[in-house]
Design a protein around this ligand. Structure first.
Ligand SMILES: CCCCCCN(CO)Cc1c[nH]c2c(N)ncnc12
Length: 228
């Protein structure tokens, strides 16, 4: 089985590569892909670079070029739900694109014809994350994640996203990865650790907590890999 482990930034996959130890490096389509054999599983690991376009390219490449049959995303996110604090983990039940907007034609935010506002993550992988959470004695929240090509650092925008999509967290790659995996019939799972509150202090909080939150998410994802 080939399993993809994806992030958006180098900091998000660095803890994964460290854990895996040895890997083969391949440069392809403007990106670097790391392949490793880990406890009998073929892993392909990469960070996409930030945003929906880069993450679409990487998710597609991992599935179509490297043959990934499942995809786990590990990274950080901004909190919308007041229950989510820095370092907390959120598992995406479903994801939407908050900056996709043809409402001028009467369509809902996040919708285009022949698409859907939400894409649901794989239920088996979500169930596995629940087992891991119990084993680790960690409380992991499940919720809706909203994705857009904006670093949100504004209470008003954050609250609009929260209300419009009933989203608990926001980031810049999850929903595009979801669309790719759904279209290619590859089960996917998106885990994020909170780095900030998507408010006026977001960029400072992000800079301060990116590394520790990325490790939090990566460690959890590797515990899931150990059980696959
Ligand atoms: C150098 C700047 C890198 C920003 C990348 C942020 N990632 C995108 O996936 C996650 C994220 C954490 N907090 C966020 C926020 N407040 N808005 C959007 N995205 C996020």
């Amino acid at each position: 089985m080939t399993l993809a482990i994806m992030g958006a930034m180098s900091e998000e996959i660095a803890p994964i590569l460290e854990r895996v130890g040895e890997y083969k490096t391949t440069a392809y389509a403007g990106n670097t892909y790391y392949e490793a054999s880990y406890k009998g599983i073929n892993l392909v690991i990469a960070y996409s670079k930030i945003g929906k376009v880069f993450s679409t390219l990487t998710a597609t490449t991992m599935c179509e070029h490297f043959g990934a049959q499942k995809l786990l995303f590990s990274g950080v996110a901004g909190a919308i739900s007041p229950k989510l604090k820095v370092g907390d983990l959120i598992v995406a039940t479903k994801l939407a694109q908050h900056d996709l907007d043809i409402t001028a034609f009467g369509h809902p935010f996040g919708y285009v014809p022949e698409g859907s506002v939400y894409v649901e993550a794989d239920k088996e992988l979500i169930a596995l994350s629940k087992e891991v959470a119990v084993e680790m004695g960690k409380s992991v929240q499940e919720g809706i994640i909203a994705t857009g090509d904006q670093f949100v650092a504004d209470e008003k925008r954050k609250n609009w996203i929260g209300e419009t999509f009933k989203a608990d967290a926001l980031e810049m790659e999850g929903a595009s990865v979801a669309v790719v995996c759904d279209a290619l019939d590859v089960p996917f799972f998106i885990l994020r650790a909170i780095s900030d509150a998507a408010d006026m202090d977001a960029s400072f909080s992000f800079d301060e907590f990116l590394e520790t939150s990325a490790v939090e998410s990566a460690e959890f994802v590797m515990k899931m890999v150990d059980k696959l």
